[in-house]
Write a protein of this length. Structure first.
Length: 380
């Protein structure tokens, strides 16, 4: 039997949860948009609704919608798990497994001290105390974690699971990491000269095609187009897929779309790089269009493992005196192509960037200042 509470009532369902029913200011009989595991929490919600109606602040979307969650005891870890299940990208698609794994890592590792706390108990002062040492230790990671925490708390606030968002630290996300330099021409040549196949071809595709690692390791014979134009032999790469690795499942390779929608593209290799790729294709055992260009073991058509590039990269970069990451080859390729004076659209399309601001992040200074100024000779 339902327990009456003035403008509403509470009754126990067959599931064991408690349902809250009430009459809104227009006289419409409504159910709260979630049920409650305990009678006390149902009474608390009905009291809140009744007070909102009486003081004129009630809105139809103010009832918490936690589903099977209990807002009063909801922990940050539970909130994060719930949020990840709901989250989609800007195209309405589920997030990639790597993105989901990264969000989970931020909660469990970087924000671990808050993970098992009820979100209603997390305060701004506690977040400030966490942020200062974490920012000193790893500023980029601290900013990512804070942004994610703020997103989760905003999500909870919109659903009225918390009264206010504790992530209101001024300029807490103002940090911009310094972009590492791109390798020089000489460093790239040194790395290529000291690499053995098939890593040499991977380096060439990174330095002269600007491919992302996952795009390179998913290349298949069918993605390579060789044609002649004006007596020259060109190689076009058709980038339509990339491979990522599921860290939560033994780094299992997963083939999907490139990192961004603009990542689906076609690009020409410089003539020498294209000729090198043609010669490399002649060494492959399989002519099957589905055959991977880079497999391990050779002839298996199994993707390279996620970490296979790392030791070979460390060796050749040390010989070249370049201490930065493999992805810096993409900055080298972008800068070299930029020297050819492409339009903004051509630059974005070649490297699969979603906007010009992203494309410009891959541009590096070239030391050409005096060369550029030689054209300004009209002094006096």
């Amino acid at each position: 039997m339902a327990a009456k509470r003035g403008l509403g009532s509470i009754d126990k369902l067959a599931s064991g949860n408690y349902r809250v029913r009430y009459t809104d200011p227009l006289g419409v009989r409504r159910n709260a948009r979630t049920t409650f595991k305990t009678k006390a929490s149902a009474e608390f919600e009905l009291t809140r609704i009744r007070e909102a109606i009486e003081n004129g602040t009630w809105l139809v979307d103010q009832t918490p919608q936690a589903g099977g969650l209990e807002p009063k005891s909801l922990t940050l870890k539970q909130l994060a798990e719930h949020w990840r299940k709901q989250r989609v990208d800007t195209k309405g698609r589920p997030l990639s497994v790597n993105t989901l794994n990264e969000y989970q890592r931020l909660i469990e590792k970087v924000l671990g001290q808050f993970a098992d706390r009820p979100i209603r108990s997390i305060t701004t002062a506690q977040i400030e105390d966490w942020r200062v040492p974490e920012f000193s230790r790893a500023p980029n990671q601290a900013v990512k974690a804070y942004k994610h925490l703020r997103t989760l708390m905003t999500y909870a606030l919109k659903r009225h699971w918390i009264a206010s968002n504790p992530c209101d630290i001024e300029r807490a996300t103002a940090y911009t990491p310094k972009e590492p330099p791109a390798p020089t021409d000489q460093q790239v040549q040194t790395m290529i000269a000291n690499a053995s196949e098939p890593f040499k071809t991977i380096l060439i595709l990174g330095a002269y095609g600007g491919l992302r690692r996952g795009e390179t390791l998913e290349l298949r014979r069918k993605d390579i187009e060789v044609f002649k134009e004006d007596g020259l032999k060109w190689v076009r790469l058709n980038i339509t897929r990339a491979v990522i690795y599921d860290k939560s499942n033994g780094n299992k390779p997963i083939v999907g779309d490139p990192k961004t929608d603009n990542g689906i593209r076609s690009l020409l290799l410089p003539l020498e790089a294209g000729e090198h790729l043609i010669q490399y294709l002649k060494t492959l055992k399989s002519i099957d269009p589905e055959a991977l260009l880079f497999d391990d073991p050779i002839g298996s058509n199994i993707h390279w493992s996620e970490w296979k590039i790392a030791p070979q990269w460390r060796r050749v970069r040390a010989l070249a005196g370049f201490p930065h990451r493999f992805h810096s080859l993409r900055a080298y390729a972008s800068t070299e192509f930029g020297l050819l004076n492409p339009t903004d659209r051509e630059l974005m399309e070649r490297f699969g960037h979603r906007d010009l601001a992203t494309a410009q992040k891959y541009q590096r200074t070239t030391g050409r200042e005096s060369q550029l100024l030689r054209g300004q000779s009209n002094v006096g």
